[in-house]
Ligand binder design. Structure first.
Ligand code: NDP
Length: 447
């Protein structure tokens, strides 16, 4: 059914009409429920069919990526770039390399990214891209050849004022370096076409810390809003990638006890908390040695094969930082039962719709990824600014500005939140704040 046949239909009919995959459907249903009263009350939004128009990406680019492995065999992957909406600025959002990536994954991430970027107040549109390529167990040379092949196709669609990709799962400093190297060879145009670049190549100091540090800044603001403090709290973290590791570093710096981390093979529980030295050692183990937790052995730390941390120890704060849908309603109930009072999403949509309903019902304060993990893209916005103005920011400049911006995102989200069971519903707040900016811009731009 075409969406155009449906003016005036209800939310579920509108959503059915675009036939979204399961992840994209979950994301748009969540937003739909949050913003329905806003749309209902605003004649301009209804007349311009803003909700429907925002569901459909400006374009989805899909391409073949062909490369040679170390045995000189031809390998073939699919690459995508979803350019969802550029009303607020150039399309902006990461690239994900993971075998689970599908067009559905990237459509959901691109849609979420538009709202997140709107919350930063920076001139950033929303997009997302990636491939079903798995960088795990590949040699550096294979990763390099894949990245070069990926960029050969992507280059014609991006540019500093058009579309500016960055990293995400499976795309860290190494991959961004290879992608940017290929861009330079093809175009001879250095600058802000990618963010998360190595600092020697125009990257901004502090980008690597930004999402994790920003997440903890948001969680700290949530605790303070509840007249509490992160200092001395037990903090449970999932994942052991860019977001999780720097969230652990920052939480520890602020006096919290970090009791878990995880990768796709299982989780580490540190009943008495990870020491600063252990977090540093794990960072080196993961970032430089690309190690697996099943092979990590340290004092006071226990490995649980094929397990997630939820329920394996006690905590007051949970920061899911691995991937989407890692906490369902049962796990959310477990978290509430073991005393978790604050959840802030480092990953994108790690909590299912039903998990969020459980948090709401049990009065657990919940910070959605759109707001809580916006520090990464905000810092990418700083990097674009640095590149465009040929300036050099220091790490201190970046982290101070990041802290301030996360505080502003918290305030903005809180302002638009409704109260549920005596606590602010930041999920509704983030959706409504982001939607209002996008909707007003769409009305202003005309049809
Ligand atoms: P990384 O690739 O650096 O790390 C991902 C971590 O999550 C790894 O420890 C990985 O374990 C684990 N993981 C991934 N998939 C699964 C899975 N299916 N089951 C269990 N564990 C899994 O990614 P990032 O840290 O960059 O990203 C993590 C999340 O944060 C994503 O949702 C991303 O979209 C979001 N995000 C990232 C930002 C950034 O700046 N990097 C910005 C905003 C959001 P393993 O190595 O075993 O696969």
């Amino acid at each position: 059914m075409a969406i155009d046949t449906l003016p005036g239909k209800n939310l579920s009919e509108i959503i059915d009409a675009i036939e979204p995959g399961p992840l994209f459907r979950a994301a748009i249903e969540e937003v739909g429920e949050s913003v329905a009263p806003l749309v209902e009350d605003n004649k301009k939004y209804r007349k311009a069919r803003i909700f429907e128009r925002l569901l459909i990406p400006d374009r989805v680019i899909r391409f073949r990526v062909e490369w040679l492995d170390d045995d000189n065999k031809v390998r073939i992957n699919t690459g995508w770039r979803v350019e969802h909406c550029n009303l607020l600025g150039p399309y902006k959002g990461g690239l994900r390399f993971h075998p689970s990536v599908t067009e559905d994954t990237l459509q959901f991430l691109a849609y979420e990214q538009c709202f997140k970027n709107a919350l930063t107040g920076l001139p950033l549109g929303g997009g997302k891209g990636g491939s079903d390529f798995d960088p795990k167990d590949k040699s550096d040379e294979e990763v390099m050849r894949f990245c070069q092949a990926f960029m050969r196709e992507l280059a014609r669609h991006i540019g500093p004022d058009i579309d500016v990709p960055a990293g995400d799962i499976g795309v860290g400093g190494r991959e961004i370096g290879y992608l940017y190297g290929q861009w330079l060879k093809m175009t001879r145009r250095p600058g802000g076409v990618l963010t998360g670049k190595p600092t020697e190549m125009g990257g901004i100091p502090g980008r690597v810390e930004a999402t994790g540090f920003g997440l903890v800044a948001f969680a700290k603001a949530m605790l303070e809003q509840a007249d509490d403090s992160i200092e001395g709290k037990r903090v449970m973290i999932s994942g052991a990638g860019n977001v999780a590791l720097y969230a652990a570093v920052r939480a520890r710096q602020l006096g919290a006890t970090v009791v878990s981390l995880s990768d796709s093979g299982g989780c580490l529980i540190a009943e008495k908390g990870l020491s600063e030295e252990q977090i540093e050692e794990i960072r080196d183990f993961k970032e430089n040695q690309r190690g697996r937790f099943k092979d990590y052995d340290a004092k006071g730390v226990k490995f649980h094969k094929d397990k997630e941390p939820w329920g394996l120890t006690e905590a007051a704060v949970a920061l899911p930082c691995a991937t989407q849908h890692e906490i369902d309603d049962d796990e959310a109930a477990t978290l509430a039962d073991i005393g978790v009072r604050f959840v802030a999403e480092g990953a994108n949509m790690p909590c299912t719709h039903d998990a969020r309903a459980v948090f709401r019902k049990k009065g657990v304060r919940f910070g959605p990824g759109k707001a809580a993990n916006a520090g990464g893209v905000a810092c990418s916005g700083f990097e674009m600014h640095q590149n465009a103005s040929h300036a050099s920011w220091t790490k201190k400049d970046t982290l101070e500005k990041l802290e301030q911006l996360m505080h502003e995102i918290h305030e903005l989200t809180l302002k638009h939140a409704v109260e549920a069971n005596g606590v602010p519903d930041y999920g509704v707040g983030a959706d409504r704040a982001g939607f209002t900016k996008l909707a007003d811009a769409m009305v202003a731009a005309g049809v």
